[in-house]
Design a binder for this molecule. Structure first.
Ligand SMILES: Cc1cc2nc3c(=O)[nH]c(=O)nc-3n(C[C@H](O)[C@H](O)[C@H](O)COP(=O)(O)OP(=O)(O)OC[C@H]3O[C@@H](n4cnc5c(N)ncnc54)[C@H](O)[C@@H]3O)c2cc1C
Length: 507
C-alpha cells in the first residue's frame, strides 16, 4: 500500500525522520503551501517567502532524487488550504493507507495530525543533538534546570572543543572574554545578500498578493536552498566569527547584523544541521583562525541554548504556552507593530524587525523583551508577536525563549532570574541612548528613560516573589535605600508611562 510522507516547511532535508523511514519506490511525499499555516499568526512576509521558496526548491531536489512528490501550491484551485485537508485529499487521490510524519515543531500542528481520520505515524524529529528522551532523563529529579550543566553534557556527547574528557583551553565557558560593548569605529564585513532568482521572485509576487502582514517583503536577502545556506555559513566563519563572542551582546545604530551568524533560519528549516555548523566553527579554531572564546561562545549557543530550549519545549508540552507566572495582563503596545516611539533602542530593534525580519538576541531579550516584561504585557501576546515577526521563529525555539527566558512566565524553570534591566544596560551595550528623546541618566521626570522608571516599578510590584532571590537582593537594597519621595516619584513616572501605553499614546 502507498503511504503519504508529510514534509513540512521546516523539515527541508533528506535527513528528516519521515523521509528516512519511507520507501521512495512506493510512497508519495506530500508538501503543501497552505493559507492555514501562513496565517496561523501574522507571519512576517519574508518568513513566508523563505519557507515557500525553500519548499519549492526542496521538492525539485526530491524529484531529482527519485521521489514522487505531490506538491500543493498556494494558488492551486483544489488546494484546501490546510495541512489536514491536503493530506486527506492526497490520501484519496493515491489510495494511501497511512501517513508518515516527523514530529512538528508546533503543538497545534501535531494536534491536527493526531485528529486525522487516517492512521498517522509520527516519528521523533532526530535533527537535534539531544533526543527528547535523553533530555527528559537529564531533567528528571533536578530541582532546577540550568543550561550550563546541560551544555557540558552536550560538549561531552559531541566531543566539540574537548581534549579527552577535559574542555579545550582548560575551561568550559569563556564568557568573561566575550560580550563587550560595540565600538562604532570598527569596520565590519556586511553579510552578503542572496539575490532573488526566478523561483524566489515568483514566490515574492505571490506573498505580496496574498499576505498583508506587518513587515517589509523587499529587499529579500535570504538564501533559499542548502547551497546558499552553506555559503552563508562559510562566509560567517571566514569573516565574522572571530568577533562573534566579543560583539555578541552589542548594539549599534544602523548595524543590524554586527558579527552575528544569521543562520538560525537555515538550521530551523533544515537547510543546515546543528552539528555540521558547530564542526565548521571548531575547525576554524583548530586551524588557528579564530580565538577559542569566539568558538566556545558560538558553540554554546547552538549545542547549549538551542538544544536546551528545545528540550524544555518538548518536556513541558502545550501547557507551557499558557504560562503567566507574574500574572501580566497588559495588551501588547502598538509600538511593537511599528507605531511611533521616542525610545531610540525600541525604534531600532522594531524598525529592523519590520525591514529584515531579524533582530539579534540582545535586541530580542534586553530591548523588546525587557520592555514587555517591565511593562507587564500578557506573555501570550508577546509570544504571538515573536512567533510572527522573525524569519527564524518556530514554536519549539521561540516559545521557551519568549515565555521562559524573556518573560519569566514559566516561573523560573528556564532561567533563575528575570532578564530585566534599567536603561543603564542598554546604554553600556549600545550607542542608542545618545540619539534618544529620553535621557538615560535621568531617573525621574518627563525625560527619564522609560526603562529606568519601569525597572523599579517591576521590582516594586513583584517584591514578594523576587526579594528573596539571591541574585536580586542587592537591587532591593538599592531601591530601599532611596528616599521615600524619590521612590514615589519613580513609581508615579512609571504609572504615567503605562497609562500612555494603555491609551495607545506615543512613548
Ligand atoms: C524573546 C526571544 C525570542 C527568540 N526567538 C527565537 C526564534 O524564534 N528562533 C530562533 O532560532 N531563535 C530565537 N531566539 C534566540 C536568538 O535570538 C536567535 O537564535 C538569534 O538571534 C538568531 O540569529 P543569528 O543566527 O544571527 O544568531 P547568533 O547570535 O549568531 O547565534 C548563533 C546561533 O545560536 C543559536 N542560538 C543563540 N541563542 C539561542 C537561543 N537563546 N535559543 C536558541 N538558539 C539560540 C541560533 O541557532 C543562532 O543561529 C530568541 C531569543 C529571544 C530572547
Amino acid at each position: 500500500m502507498v503511504r503519504l510522507v508529510l514534509v513540512l516547511g521546516d523539515q527541508l532535508t533528506a535527513d528528516v525522520a519521515a523521509l528516512k523511514a519511507a520507501d521512495r519506490a512506493r510512497d508519495v511525499v506530500v508538501m503543501a503551501e497552505v493559507m492555514g499555516e501562513g496565517t496561523s499568526v501574522p507571519h512576517h512576509p519574508q518568513k513566508i517567502a523563505l519557507i515557500l521558496a525553500a519548499m519549492r526548491k526542496f521538492a525539485v531536489a526530491l524529484r531529482e532524487a527519485g521521489w514522487r512528490v505531490a506538491y500543493s501550491r498556494l494558488d492551486d484551485a483544489e488546494n484546501s488550504q490546510t495541512i489536514s485537508g491536503e493530506l486527506l485529499r492526497r490520501a484519496v487521490e493515491f489510495g494511501a493507507s497511512e501517513v508518515l510524519a516527523t514530529k512538528p515543531g508546533e503543538w497545534r500542528v501535531l494536534q491536527d495530525l493526531e485528529a486525522l481520520p487516517v492512521p498517522v505515524r509520527v516519528l521523533e524529529d532526530d535533527r537535534f543533538i539531544c533526543s527528547q528522551a535523553e533530555f527528559a532523563t537529564w531533567a528528571e529529579g533536578r530541582k532546577q534546570l540550568r543550561m550550563e550543566w546541560f551544555y557540558r553534557e552536550m560538549r561531552r556527547k559531541t566531543g566539540l572543543l574537548m581534549e579527552g574528557d577535559q574542555p579545550a583551553g582548560g575551561q568550559w565557558n569563556f564568557d568573561h572574554d566575550n560580550r563587550k560593548p560595540a565600538k562604532a569605529d570598527l569596520l565590519r564585513p556586511r553579510p552578503g545578500d542572496f539575490a532573488p532568482d526566478a523561483v524566489v521572485e515568483e514566490v515574492l509576487a505571490l506573498v505580496e498578493a496574498r499576505f498583508a502582514h506587518f513587515g517589509r517583503l523587499r529587499p529579500f536577502r535570504w538564501a533559499t536552498d542548502r547551497a546558499g545556506a552553506l555559503q552563508a555559513l562559510g562566509e560567517f566563519v571566514e569573516e565574522r566569527l572571530a568577533r562573534f563572542g566579543a560583539e555578541q551582546d552589542a548594539m549599534l545604530e544602523g548595524e543590524a547584523f554586527l558579527s552575528h551568524a544569521l543562520i538560525s533560519p537555515y538550521m530551523n528549516i533544515g537547510l543546515l544541521g546543528p552539528l555540521e555548523v558547530c564542526q565548521a566553527v571548531e575547525a576554524a579554531w583548530k586551524a588557528g583562525r579564530i580565538p577559542i572564546a569566539a568558538a566556545e561562545g558560538f558553540i554554546r549557543q547552538v549545542i547549549g541554548w538551542r538544544e536546551y530550549v528545545r528540550g524544555i519545549w518538548a518536556l513541558k508540552g502545550p501547557e507551557y504556552l499558557e504560562g503567566n507566572a507574574l500574572d501580566h495582563r497588559r495588551a501588547l503596545p502598538r509600538v511593537y507593530w511599528g507605531a511611533e516611539t521616542g525610545m531610540a533602542c525600541m525604534k531600532a530593534a522594531i524598525g529592523q524587525t519590520r525591514d529584515l525580519a531579524y533582530a539579534h538576541h540582545i535586541q530580542r531579550l534586553m530591548v523588546t523583551g525587557n520592555f514587555a516584561l517591565l511593562a507587564g504585557v500578557d506573555p501570550a501576546e508577546v509570544h504571538e508577536w515573536y512567533l510572527s515577526v522573525y524569519v527564524d521563529a518556530f514554536e519549539w525555539v521561540e516559545a521557551p525563549n519568549t515565555i521562559g527566558m524573556s518573560q519569566f512566565a514559566d516561573g523560573g524553570l528556564l532561567g533563575s532570574k528575570p532578564y530585566v534591566s534599567s536603561g543603564a544596560y542598554i546604554d553600556r551595550m549600545s550607542d542608542h541612548c545618545a540619539g534618544c528623546r529620553y535621557r538615560v541618566k535621568e531617573k525621574v521626570g518627563e525625560r527619564a528613560c522609560p526603562f529606568n522608571l519601569l525597572y523599579w516599578h517591576f521590582l516594586d510590584r513583584h517584591r514578594e516573589r523576587f526579594q528573596g532571590n539571591p541574585r536580586m537582593g542587592q537591587m532591593y537594597r538599592v531601591w530601599d535605600g532611596m528616599d521615600a519621595g524619590h521612590r514615589t516619584a519613580v513609581l508615579a513616572g512609571a504609572e504615567a508611562v503605562l497609562g500612555r501605553l494603555d491609551r495607545g499614546e506615543v512613548v
